[in-house]
Design a binder for this molecule. Structure first.
Ligand SMILES: Cc1cc2nc3c(=O)[nH]c(=O)nc-3n(C[C@H](O)[C@H](O)[C@H](O)COP(=O)(O)OP(=O)(O)OC[C@H]3O[C@@H](n4cnc5c(N)ncnc54)[C@H](O)[C@@H]3O)c2cc1C
Length: 222
């Protein structure tokens, strides 16, 4: 299997960094090919505008989706966007490793999605959801939180984590055809012991060993 991991944390020694390294080591040891995009290390530019393109459809008025459809026709994506598109198109499984920020993606990863999920190339026409461009591929969010698990239950302090992840899992991934696997969530790594953090790393590695056999989840029932 080809696995593409997108990593969004500025500190390599962070717990997110440890999860990122554990995933690479485990998957490579299991014989999978691993592609990565380390967004901070490579200083991925998250600002979405004309810089996404080498082509121009309308020089007078910038409308991103019109330019995306044109770039799809004329191979006009900027090299940084094109490189990410090719990794997504090549992989069987895509993993995003990130800390939850303001109930969502860190800006660098949101900007990555804004630039890379281009109309024409990744969705559009009749190609949405079960007929989406990435049909047959699987995607998985691997994230950490500041808040404890109890805060992320229905009726809890922050509410249901699945509702929080819905805009990402359904609005981006499932919308463009990916089969979504259950998220890997390590709650509040800052607040627990080294042993508990190590257990979180071990559980992630153990899960990745059998990842080929996992079934997707429903992402729209809440
Ligand atoms: C802008 C912003 C918005 C935020 N919004 C939210 C929000 O909406 N909801 C929410 O819940 N939280 C929020 N947070 C908190 C954030 O989600 C957490 O701080 C983050 O998820 C913790 O992960 P980390 O990798 O940064 O942890 P770190 O602080 O890097 O790591 C935690 C501990 O793990 C240790 N560690 C590292 N590697 C290993 C290893 N191999 N083995 C054992 N221990 C190790 C580290 O030394 C550290 O002690 C927000 C934070 C910011 C900055």
């Amino acid at each position: 299997m080809k696995v593409f991991i997108v990593f969004a944390h500025a500190e390599p020694r962070s717990f997110n960094g440890a999860l990122f390294r554990a995933a690479q080591e485990t998957l490579r040891a299991a014989g999978h090919e691993v592609l990565v995009s380390d967004l901070y290390a490579t200083q991925f530019d998250p600002v979405s505008d004309r810089r996404n393109f080498t082509s121009v459809k309308n020089p007078d008025y910038f409308k991103q989706q019109i330019e995306e459809m044109h770039a799809t026709e004329v191979h006009g994506f900027a090299p940084d966007v094109e490189a990410e598109l090719r990794k997504m198109e090549a992989c069987d499984l895509m993993i995003w490793q990130f800390p939850l920020w303001w109930f969502g993606l860190p800006g660098i990863l949101k900007g990555w999605a804004d630039r890379v999920f281009a109309m024409g190339r990744t969705y559009g026409g009749e190609r949405f959801y079960e007929n989406g461009v990435f049909k047959g591929k699987r995607a998985l969010l691997s994230l950490t939180t500041g808040g404890p698990e109890a805060a992320y239950q229905k009726g809890g302090w922050n509410g249901d984590i699945h509702a929080i992840l819905r805009p990402i899992q359904r609005g981006i991934l499932r919308f463009t055809g990916w089969e979504v696997l259950a998220p890997n969530i390590v709650y509040a790594p800052v607040r627990v012991s080294d042993e508990q953090r190590q257990a979180g790393l071990n559980a992630w590695a153990a899960r990745l060993h059998g990842i080929e056999r996992e079934q997707p989840i429903q992402v729209g029932e809440y």
